[in-house]
Design a binder for this molecule. Sequence first.
Ligand SMILES: C[S@@+](CC[C@H](N)C(=O)[O-])C[C@H]1O[C@@H](n2cnc3c(N)ncnc32)[C@H](O)[C@@H]1O
Length: 221
Amino acid sequence: MGRSPDKDQRLHWDETYKMEDFFGPKASLFAEKSLEIFKNEGIEVLLELGCGQGRDTWLFARNGISVYAMDYSDQGICQMREKAREHGLDKLITLKVRDVRRGIPLPNDSIDAIYSHMFFNMEFLENEMSMIFQECLRVLRPGGLNIYSVRSENDPHYQKFTHLDEDMYQNPMGFAVHFFTEEKIERLADGFLIDSITEFEDPDPPFTKMLYDVVLRKPMQ
Ligand SMILES: C[S@@+](CC[C@H](N)C(=O)[O-])C[C@H]1O[C@@H](n2cnc3c(N)ncnc32)[C@H](O)[C@@H]1O
């Protein structure tokens, strides 16, 4: 058993989201790129895990995609509920406060695609991630996509600061971050087909990160 982070991570995200647009006001580059794939694949119903304050959710909904957006931060989801109403996007966005370690409360084969940006690299042990990936497989329709980004082993913060467990470190901002290798991505893709694994630099605030961009697909049968 490793060490726990100094702060309860859910409460820490709640505190952090008292600041407006913590990751910046615009949608991420990763969301812009993923949107092109969603358009090409005719994606109509999307599940977003760890939606935060919704910067990417707005982009997808504004492009006509119905989004189920989940996060365990009440603060983030409450802000999003208000903004969705203000911007007339509440018909397209279904919000849920949910710790995804408890499973994904959606029926089998009901979702065209799953999107998450820097969600799987949070405070999860690998066996918890495996369980969530199997839940993703269950709720996706055959041929559906699971597109995600995670911090890579080439990230400047890898193996820096306080070691917690496995490849997880607590950064100076008090967040637990789990770093990924390509081997880990392949292990977690059990049951999926791997369309692509690409590394990229993400310049968004609060600091530049190295991320893997992963595209997985549920087999047709
Ligand atoms: C690095 S932030 C990214 C937020 C958002 N995807 C973005 O890029 O703006 C990770 C998010 O995952 C959420 N999160 C972490 N662990 C979670 C869990 N077990 N269940 C649900 N959400 C979780 C946090 O509350 C936070 O909003």
